[in-house]
Design a protein around this ligand. Structure first.
Ligand code: ADP
Ligand code: MG
Length: 339
């Protein structure tokens, strides 16, 4: 009963999860998920759609169209959500032959040569790095500064929107035993605070480089007990090291790369994290039920046998009967109530 029902319970858990669009890469991750008490999120592409719209171009020293063209071309080799949005805003076919010397500095931006002119596109950290004075934006949004030929050329203000289910996911995580939700982002503090406020996330850390995200997660890992697990949810862009550092790494499958993740959400829906945790908890509950049940019945039968009450039929029930019941119980893991 044990040998058959325990693996079967885990298989059914993994099967039920994939049926719900959650890919769990091993049964040990179900156990970790069930013990998760802290959920740390990346912002862009995880809680927000990562589909930015260009809201405005400010302080530009040349035509708006020209700046967008330079930015889109310089970003043409990047897979970051910001880059994709700039390419969409530019709207025209991009001739990558015009772009050379591309360097993507994660958490900062991109530098490249476009038609031989050096272009830098990114945040204030990048501007500082290349020694260009950036002009602050007075509006709330993600600000992408552009420097051309070593001179400030203006900034592009883009804004992202929350995923429709992000708030619901935060609320439901709390209802399912999660102690604390944390958001990490490389974006500026103003944007981070606004998003966190809207979603009701417990804590926010902003303006982090990918390496800072790792040290933040390590800090959080050090504070909790061994039994309480920490999950990191990201899109796999710029956050692969964090995904592998957390007790369990959950990645958005449709947007980023997911090799570093233990669990992949196929349709990028944050509510699926709640679903995954519920499936994992149910799975663990059923596995333990089966263990106690199988061992319990056998012990009772042994005792009955020792005092001479048990007969052959009791023995058969203790063996085959218990196995069938345990197997049927394990199969229940396949089904988890809709949320
Ligand atoms: P998040 O933590 O919200 O997912 P990232 O770490 O991916 O954000 O990026 C942090 C910040 O770095 C962005 O808000 C942006 O300012 C800058 N950045 C990163 N990659 C790029 C890029 N390809 N082009 C322009 N800016 C970028
Ligand atoms: Mg990211």
């Amino acid at each position: 009963a044990l040998v058959i029902s325990i693996p079967l319970g885990f298989f059914a858990g993994i099967g039920g999860a994939s049926n719900a669009g959650v890919l769990v890469k091993g049964s040990n991750y179900l156990e970790t998920l069930a013990q998760t008490k802290y959920v740390v999120f990346d912002k862009t592409g995880t809680l927000t759609k990562g589909v930015f719209e260009v809201v405005g171009v400010h302080h530009n020293t040349m035509e708006e169209k020209k700046i967008l063209e330079y930015a889109a071309l310089a970003e043409s080799f990047s897979s970051h959500p910001i880059s994709r949005s700039l390419k969409t805003a530019y709207g025209k076919e991009i001739d990558q032959k015009r772009v050379t010397d591309v360097e993507e500095i994660s958490g900062n931006g991109v530098t490249a040569k476009v038609d031989g002119t050096s272009v830098a596109v990114g945040n204030t950290k990048l501007m500082k790095r290349i020694g260009v004075e950036a002009v602050e934006c007075h509006q709330v949004g993600t600000v992408i500064h552009v420097a051309i030929d070593g001179a400030y050329a203006g900034h592009i203000l883009i804004s992202d929107v929350l995923k429709p289910t992000s708030k619901e996911a935060i609320v439901n995580l709390k209802k399912n035993g999660i102690k604390e939700t944390v958001m990490l982002t490389g974006d500026i503090d103003k944007v981070a605070q606004q998003v966190a406020g809207e979603l009701g996330v417990d804590r926010v850390y902003s303006e982090l480089l990918p390496a800072d995200k790792v040290s933040k997660v390590e800090e959080l890992l050090a504070k909790k007990t061994e039994k309480e697990k920490l999950a990191f949810v990201g899109d796999g862009i710029n956050d692969a090291p964090v995904l592998s550092r957390a007790d369990i790494g959950i990645a958005m499958g449709a947007l980023g790369s997911d090799e570093a993740a233990d669990v992949v959400l196929m349709d990028d829906d944050p509510m699926k994290i709640v679903k995954a945790i519920r499936i994992a908890k149910k799975c663990m509950r059923i596995v333990y039920e089966n263990i106690y049940f199988a061992i319990g019945i056998k012990v009772i039968c042994l005792l009955l046998g020792a005092v001479g009450i048990a007969n052959m039929w009791v023995a058969i029930f203790a063996d085959v009967g218990v196995m069938i019941i345990a197997v049927l119980n394990a199969i229940r893991t396949l089904f988890v109530k809709k949320l």
